[in-house]
Design a protein around this ligand. Structure first.
Ligand code: FAD
Length: 504
């Protein structure tokens, strides 16, 4: 059978790999939070696993551009897969974050009514949450809002005490690291470009060679429709809706340490421009929501930044005092079309009727970060219903948290520096990241060799100077680690920082 090839494959990553087996039990396509959660869940079983990710690093897609909120499940319509996976995922996400040492915090959340006419909508949301099984919801008045979040304006609020925040890319990377420790194989910089059907399974074409897998789990996010089409599965259509964000300096955390949302629209299309503190004290303003033709169009615009500020200042006027240090955008993989023909759409998790043992996860928009561990458990159930899969007795479930140097007390810092002088050299002055941490990031098992990969693992470049100080130092470290300077990139092929040498 002919391999169906898609567009020209991009250049594969440059990581030295152990020889790979050519046959796998399961291939996961896509290294976002969903694919990595699936890989980790399946790695608890005696299965040979492979994950293919087209970008140079994991968590390069939707999983890096979101609000990082662990949703408690009251925004999603009752009876949907979204609601089921959100509530189940809420518990699983907290448990996994603890087990895998991922930074997170149960902050609580307020949905704030600025006007008395919004109170009925809060009641509706509470009723929906109660039906879904969201724990602890309560409608609170102005004085309770003041005591929970002194700088937030509002007459009434829905308080959700079990909502939290998590670092979405650190979560994704930790899930992948756990799977790796259980023997799964991960190839970044390796797009799936073609599929052929063979008696022994699916023959998967990539720029790094061909692999056979008995099962394929399509977790390709915005491109899940295209990946399904490679196997001849037509009929899915994903529309990208861009969500722009603005990031306030980390001192803004002093006025807001709990996510604050406006009262959302009734059609489930968008939660509204909200304010989310990060674990490091920054505050995210956004996201907006607008359909974009190009699934890769993550541009940010001046007009939207002005709108985000105006809407955010309505809820938390004190934020006006703080500088904004960066803007970014995430892209929602929606099944609802811009013409409005499909108004509400659920997550799709299904084994293809046309292609047995090929499972598609499509339309995994918010709350997909929270739901990912639950969706992963569903995949194990789908495979387990079709064949006997035995748990590995020796699988690794926990990963010790290594506190960042910035979070250590003086004695802890001194002990690290005494053990290794690389802990004593500050590479990122804004976020207090040391050479030892950058080296650990560069030597990570997925072979991350670009600035954004180092940033997601260390926070280098996330501070006020946005990489002005640490960028050149990281380039030097990458060169010393053997990466030719002309191949050093911001985020992978096509974003190289240097064109060549101007001196011999
Ligand atoms: C603006 C915004 C805010 C959000 N806020 C929240 C929130 O606060 N809480 C929450 O729970 N959820 C939130 N979400 C939803 C959540 O971020 C997503 O549901 C989740 O990240 C989806 O993960 P994923 O793994 O499916 O997709 P992705 O992270 O995009 O992963 C898919 C991967 O597949 C790869 N891929 C594509 N094609 C191929 C191919 N041919 N071969 C190999 N690899 C391929 C891509 O490169 C990508 O890395 C938000 C989403 C957005 C956009």
């Amino acid at each position: 059978m002919r391999i169906k090839e898609s567009s020209t494959p991009s250049k594969a990553g440059e990581i030295a790999l152990d020889p790979l087996p050519a046959r796998f039990d399961v291939a996961v396509i896509g290294g976002g939070v969903v694919g990595c959660a699936v890989l980790r869940e399946l790695s608890r079983y005696r299965l040979e696993l492979l994950l293919l990710e087209k970008e140079a690093d994991l968590a390069e897609g939707i999983s890096k551009g979101n609000s990082g909120v662990i949703h408690a499940g009251f925004n999603v319509p009752t009876g949907t897969l979204k609601a089921k996976a959100n509530i189940d995922g809420l518990y699983r996400t907290y448990k996994l974050a603890r087990e895998l040492g991922v930074p997170h915090r149960r902050t609580g959340k307020l949905v704030v009514a600025l006007d008395a006419s919004d109170r009925p909508r809060l009641e509706e949301l509470k009723a929906q949450g109660d039906r879904n099984g969201t724990p602890g919801l309560e409608i609170v008045d102005e004085s309770a809002i003041r005591s929970l979040a002194p700088n937030v304006r509002g007459l009434w609020a829905l308080s959700s005490p079990h909502t939290g925040i998590i670092s979405p890319y650190e979560f994704t990377l930790a899930l992948a690291a756990c799977a790796l420790a259980n023997g799964a194989r991960i190839l970044a910089g390796t797009p799936l470009t073609g599929v052929a059907i063979r008696p022994e399974g699916y023959l998967l074409a990539t720029p790094r060679g061909r692999f056979t897998a008995r099962w394929v789990v399509n977790c390709a996010g915005l491109w899940a429709d295209d990946v399904a089409a490679l196997a001849g599965i037509e009929g899915y259509r994903i529309y990208a809706y861009r969500g722009e964000y603005l990031i306030a300096d980390r001192e803004a955390g002093s006025v807001l340490d709990i996510p604050v949302y406006p009262v959302p629209a009734r059609d489930d299309s968008f939660l509204g421009v909200h304010l989310t503190p990060t674990l490091h004290g920054n505050v995210l303003l956004g996201p907006s929501s607008a359909y974009v033709e190009d699934k890769g169009d993550a541009a940010t615009t001046r007009a939207m930044m002005d709108r985000l500020k105006a809407e955010a200042f309505e809820l938390v006027p004190a934020l006006r005092r703080f500088p904004f240090i960066h803007a970014y955008a995430g892209l929602r993989p929606k099944l609802t079309d811009p013409q409005g023909k499909v108004k509400l759409a659920d997550f799709i998790v299904e084994e293809s009727r046309l292609r047995p043992r090929w499972v598609n996860l499509v339309g995994i928009e918010s709350p997909g970060l929270t739901a990912a561990p639950s969706l992963a458990a569903m995949i194990a159930d789908i495979i387990g219903a079709r064949e006997d899969i035995a748990l590995r007795p020796d699988s690794v479930a926990e990963r010790p948290a290594v506190p960042a140097f910035a979070d250590e007390d003086d004695a802890g810092r001194a002990a690290r520096v005494a053990a290794d002088p690389d802990w004593g050299e500050m590479i990122c002055r804004c976020e207090h990241v040391t050479r030892a941490e950058v080296l650990a990031a560069v030597r990570n098992p997925f072979g991350a060799v670009n600035l954004d990969a180092v940033k997601r693992r260390t926070r280098c470049g996330m501070g006020r100077c946005q990489g002005g100080f640490c960028g050149p130092r990281i380039v030097e470290i990458l060169q010393a680690e053997g990466v030719p300077v002309e191949r050093i990139a911001k985020r992978g092929p096509g974003s190289e920082l240097f064109y060549g040498r101007n001196k011999p």
